[in-house]
Write a protein of this length. Structure first.
Length: 270
C-alpha cells in the first residue's frame, strides 16, 4: 500500500484527496496536513481522511504532495527537512517552484516531481503536466502519472516548460470562467433573465468543449462552421478583433507565465 500525504489541504489539496478517493483509493491510504484546524476537522468529517502534523505525515507517507501556496513554502520546508524519510517521493503542485528548490532544502537525493494540475480535478477532468527533478526516475514519474490519471489527463513536459504550462492549463480554467461570466452579463444587457442567460451560455460551453474534445477537428474549422456569410457571428467576431481580444489573451497568458517565473525566483536565495 502506498500512503499519500497531502501537505496543505486547500482548494487543490482537497480536489486531489476527493479525486483519489473517487478513483478508488481507500481513506486509510491518504492523510493530510492543514494549518487551519477548523478546515482540517471539516475535511476529516467529509472524507474520513486523517489530518496529521507534518512530522507524523512524513513518518507515515511514501509520497508527500506539497499543495501550499508558493509564498508559504519556506516554513513548510523548514518543518519537513528534519523529518522526511530518505527516499520519500516529493510531488510539488506549487506554481513556479522549481524541483531544485526542494532538492536544495531537503536531504541529498530526495526525488522530486513537479506537477501543474488544475481545478477541474474536482470533476475528474484535470489537466496535469509532470516533470522529473534530477533524482526522480522513471518509476517516480510512472507513479505520479498513475495517481493523476485517476483525476484527469496527464502530459509529461520538460521542467523548462512548466511556467508556460502553468499560464496555459494551470490558470486556464479561470479564463474560461471569466469568459462565461462576461457572456452571461451580455445576456443581461440584451434583456434575458439571468437564469436563462446562464443556462444558454453554460450549455453552449459544455457543447463546445465536447466538440473540441473529439480531437478530430481544429477549433478554426469549428468556429468557421458557426460563422455564416453576412450572418450574426461574423458581426460579433469583428467586434472581438476590433477590441483586441486575441492580443489580450496572448498578453494575459504571457503575464501569467512571467508571474510563475517570478514566484520561483523569490526563493532563489534560500
Ligand atoms: N487553485 C488552483 O487553480 C491551482 C493551484 N495550484 C497550486 O496549488 C497550491 C495550492 O493552491 P490552492 O489550493 O489554490 O491554495 P489554498 O490557499 O486554497 O490552499 C493552501 C492550503 O495550505 C494550507 N497551509 C499553508 N501552509 C501550511 C503548512 N505549513 N502546513 C499545512 N498546511 C498549510 C493553508 O491553510 C491552505 O488551506 C499553490 O501552490 C498553487 O500554485 C496549482 C494549480 C492550480
Ligand atoms: O493563480 C495561481 O497562482 C494558481 C496557479 C495556477 C492556477 N492557480
Amino acid at each position: 500500500m502506498t500512503t499519500i500525504a497531502v501537505l496543505g489541504a486547500g482548494k487543490i489539496g482537497e480536489a486531489l484527496l476527493s479525486g483519489l478517493l473517487r478513483g478508488g483509493r481507500g481513506a486509510d491510504e491518504l492523510v493530510f496536513t492543514e494549518k487551519h484546524p477548523d478546515r482540517a476537522a471539516a475535511l476529516t468529517k467529509e472524507y474520513g481522511v486523517e489530518g496529521l502534523d507534518v512530522a507524523e505525515a512524513a513518518r507515515r507517507a511514501d509520497v508527500l504532495v506539497v499543495a501550499v501556496k508558493p509564498q508559504d513554502i519556506e516554513p513548510l520546508l523548514d518543518e519537513l527537512a528534519p523529518v522526511i524519510k530518505p527516499g520519500t517521493l516529493v510531488v510539488s503542485l506549487c506554481a513556479g517552484l522549481p524541483t531544485s528548490l526542494y532538492e536544495r532544502r531537503l536531504p541529498e537525493g530526495t526525488p522530486v516531481v513537479r506537477v501543474m494540475p488544475n481545478t477541474p480535478m474536482l470533476v475528474g477532468e484535470a489537466m496535469s503536466a509532470i516533470s522529473a527533478g534530477r533524482y526522480a526516475g522513471a518509476d517516480h514519474l510512472n507513479l505520479v502519472e498513475e495517481l493523476l490519471t485517476t483525476v484527469g489527463k496527464v502530459a509529461r513536459v520538460p521542467e523548462s516548460q512548466q511556467d508556460a504550462v502553468t499560464a496555459l492549463s494551470g490558470s486556464g480554467p479561470a479564463y474560461f470562467f471569466y469568459l462565461v461570466e462576461a457572456m452571461i452579463d451580455a445576456g443581461i444587457l440584451l434583456g434575458i433573465p439571468r437564469d436563462l442567460s446562464t443556462q444558454l451560455i453554460i450549455q453552449s460551453a459544455v457543447g463546445a468543449a465536447q466538440m473540441l474534445n473529439r480531437n478530430d477537428t481544429h477549433p478554426v474549422i469549428l468556429r468557421e462552421a458557426v460563422t455564416s456569410p453576412a450572418g450574426t457571428t461574423i458581426m460579433a467576431i469583428r467586434e472581438l478583433e476590433k477590441h483586441g481580444v486575441r492580443a489580450a489573451l496572448l498578453a494575459a497568458i504571457e503575464a501569467a507565465r512571467d508571474r510563475s517565473v517570478e514566484l520561483g525566483q523569490a526563493h532563489e536565495d534560500h
